[in-house]
Ligand binder design. Structure first.
Ligand SMILES: Cc1cc2nc3c(=O)[nH]c(=O)nc-3n(C[C@H](O)[C@H](O)[C@H](O)COP(=O)(O)OP(=O)(O)OC[C@H]3O[C@@H](n4cnc5c(N)ncnc54)[C@H](O)[C@@H]3O)c2cc1C
Length: 410
């Protein structure tokens, strides 16, 4: 029997929270979104929009508006600093006419946020939720602010408060939260000569140094103008400040050594504040729900961005949640169905990311040698390129070898 309309509280209005709010509102539920930031802005750097994320945005009617600001990607190119190609993954290697898009996180956020504001959900910004407390009759949850003020109650709580989730700390669900020793220094720059198009380009020196350039389309709020490129430099968290402290000119020289085409583009970096360090985090938990609470997006399964899946997994989470609730009678049954349905795809990407990351970012020098020899050889084996492209598109699940994930439709 289809779910009766529920009173839903969503915590966090990032990718997962905004998409969940939209989908649940459209399904007829009464939705309130609580977002800690007073005036949520279009911040961040480049992200990759994979076929999975595209399918969710298409179902939401937002895809055209998002990709109008994005840069189409045909491939991921990875080479060594000695200019030896490690691999080139073409979306075209997989049937289905897939492609990726590079876009500014802010450009995606703007579209989602505008849609949330007009979908009928109640949006409460500048409200931080610190705790969840069951009502006396156990029919709902109070949403508690840091000053202990209670909001709600709501029958269903969607926790989408990001990788450093506060609400996740208190759940009884078994979990492991591990910050990676590594992260990246990022900056977003204009690319007026369109030097970076069609590919995410990464250049590696062993496992300790990597520079990447992701075409990122138009910036937030821009309808025209030069396309952006997001530049990132892989660095251990405890070396990031020292790297920047060497001075801007030395940093830029090192980036140019990896990708000479960054030459003039890097002239725009004039202030160390433009170089922003982000440390990665790995979150493992299962299931992602209790009877009234469900964890979506990075709060549930933050991972290093090696496979470029973060926003796409968050969008899929939201879609599957709305479908699971529609398919079951009762909140608990809907949430149980959600965790079961997401397990195969999320288990694959959590495992694959954990396994792959040290080959690209770690202090294990030997892994760099093995990678430089092994990856080009491995790519010649039948089926390997196709498998890797399937992984890149977001469509892998289970062991990765079986049938791809069915793309969600409305
Ligand atoms: C400011 C910012 C910049 C980012 N930049 C990049 C980037 O450049 N490249 C990239 O690949 N990924 C970036 N990410 C991560 C990327 O957006 C996520 O991996 C992906 O979109 C999954 O989104 P999410 O909704 O799970 O989490 P997020 O996008 O992190 O959203 C979580 C939201 O919850 C809100 N929140 C947190 N705690 C509370 C609380 N207690 N109460 C109420 N609200 C709360 C936060 O303010 C935020 O809006 C960024 C995230 C943020 C928040």
């Amino acid at each position: 029997m289809p779910q009766r309309p529920l009173d839903v509280g969503v915590i966090g209005c990032g990718t997962a929270g905004a998409a969940a709010a939209l989908l649940l509102c459209r399904a007829g539920h009464k939705v309130t979104v609580y977002e800690r930031v007073e005036g949520p802005g279009a911040v961040g750097a480049g992200i990759m929009l994979q076929p999975t994320g595209q399918a969710v945005l298409r179902a939401l009617g937002l895809l055209d508006g998002v990709i109008a600001r994005a840069e189409p990607l045909e491939s991921l190119r990875c080479e060594t600093i000695q200019r030896r190609q490690l691999f080139k993954l073409d979306y075209g290697a997989l049937p289905g006419g897939h492609r990726g898009y590079g876009l500014h996180r802010g450009a995606l956020f703007e579209r989602l946020f505008a849609a949330v504001k007009s979908c009928g959900a109640t949006l409460r910004t500048g409200v931080e939720i610190d705790d969840l407390v069951a009502t006396e009759d156990n029919a709902g949850l109070w949403f508690v602010q840091p000053d202990r003020t209670r909001l709600g109650p709501h029958e269903l709580c969607v926790v989408a408060d990001g990788a450093r989730s506060r609400l996740r700390d208190d759940t009884s669900i078994r979990k492991a939260v591990r910050p990676y020793p590594w992260g990246a220094v990022w900056c977003v720059l204009d690319d007026p000569e369109a030097r970076f198009t069609r590919s995410l380009y990464q250049v590696l020196d062993g496992t300790r140094r990597m520079v990447g350039a992701l075409p990122s389309g138009l910036g937030p709020g821009e309808a025209a103008g030069p396309r952006k490129v997001s530049v990132f430099y892989s660095v251990r968290h405890d070396r990031a400040e020292a790297w920047k402290a060497r001075g801007l000119e030395r940093c830029k020289r090192e980036l140019r050594e990896f990708i000479p085409a960054l030459d003039a583009v890097l002239d725009q970096v004039v202030d160390p504040q433009q170089l922003v360090f982000t440390r990665y985090q790995d979150v493992a938990m299962y299931p992602w729900n209790t009877d009234r609470v469900v964890y979506l997006g990075d709060a549930a399964h933050a991972m290093s961005p090696q496979l470029g899946q973060g926003a796409n997994l968050a969008l899929l989470d939201a879609m599957v949640l709305a479908q699971s609730l529609a398919a079951e009678d009762g909140v608990a049954a809907g949430l149980t169905r959600y965790s079961r349905t997401r397990r195969s795809n999320l288990a694959f990407y959590s495992f694959a990311t954990r396994w792959l990351t040290p080959w690209f970012q770690s202090d294990h020098t030997a892994l760099g040698w093995l990678r430089d020899v092994g990856f080009p050889l491995g790519m010649r084996l039948p089926g390997v390129e196709r498998l890797m492209v399937k992984v890149m598109t977001g469509l892998a699940q289970g062991t990765g070898l079986g049938r791809p994930l069915a793309l969600p439709s409305e």
